[in-house]
Design a binder for this molecule. Structure first.
Ligand SMILES: [Zn+2]
Length: 215
């Protein structure tokens, strides 16, 4: 297991991380698409269940001070389209996690140093870049989650988005989620059916800024 010190040493060698509000604001001035926006403002009907703002997660502890979802502007716009399409099927997206400060990814890896499933401190997670989301589908009428292969953050084979030894119902729901997300430029993670990265040619920097920066 790497110590925080060695992670930081690797980090400074390889990663560009924005640590100050000033640098972030400068990047937004140069490219307005780099703004992190409150997802709820762009997709008011979207459901939130921010797991790391509670202790109901694999770390059994609260890692965020607030249950909010911030995401880069073009990602919010793409999610609005996904939500519109789902609405016609009587469904909605439910967000487990969106932008995650880089220091939280480091903290998570310290607690659970799994190189297969965890965001790696030496590369950073796409969550740190504000272009990744963890999400699922809910029924608009009941508000209940659709049956999926596993719960969120289950570190098992059944979490792989191509895993086939699951019920037909779970498979159908997972495939629907993948299909609609793909249509609007999201790519599913090869290990986690709930994690999607937004495809873009823009270099969205890794940020280590608290949520209040974007208020
Ligand atoms: Zn994720």
């Amino acid at each position: 297991m790497l110590s925080i010190h060695s992670i930081k040493a690797q980090n400074t060698k390889k990663l560009l991380v924005i640590y100050t509000k000033e640098t972030y604001l400068k990047s937004v001035k140069e490219d307005s698409n780099k703004a992190l926006v409150l997802l709820k403002e762009y997709v008011p009907s979207i459901k939130l269940d921010i797991k790391y703002a509670t202790s109901q997660n694999i770390f059994y502890q609260k890692l965020y001070s607030k249950a909010v979802a911030y995401i880069r502007l073009p990602v919010a716009k793409a999610l609005a389209k996904v939500q519109e399409e789902l609405k016609s099927k009587g469904l909605s997206l439910k967000i487990y996690d969106a932008y995650r400060p880089y220091s939280v990814t480091v903290q998570m890896f310290e607690m659970l140093p799994d190189t297969l499933y965890m965001g790696l401190p030496w590369t950073g997670s796409k969550h740190n870049r504000g272009i990744a989301l963890d999400l699922t589908l809910v029924d608009l009428k009941t508000g209940k989650e659709l049956k999926m292969p596993t719960p969120f953050d289950a570190l098992v084979y059944a979490s792989h988005p191509e895993f086939s030894l699951i019920s037909d119902e779970a498979k159908e729901n997972r495939e629907l989620l993948k299909k609609v997300m793909k249509k609007y430029d999201f790519v599913v993670d090869p290990m986690e059916w709930w994690h999607f990265n937004y495809k873009s040619s823009t270099n969205f920097e890794i940020l280590d800024l608290p949520f209040k920066t974007f208020e």
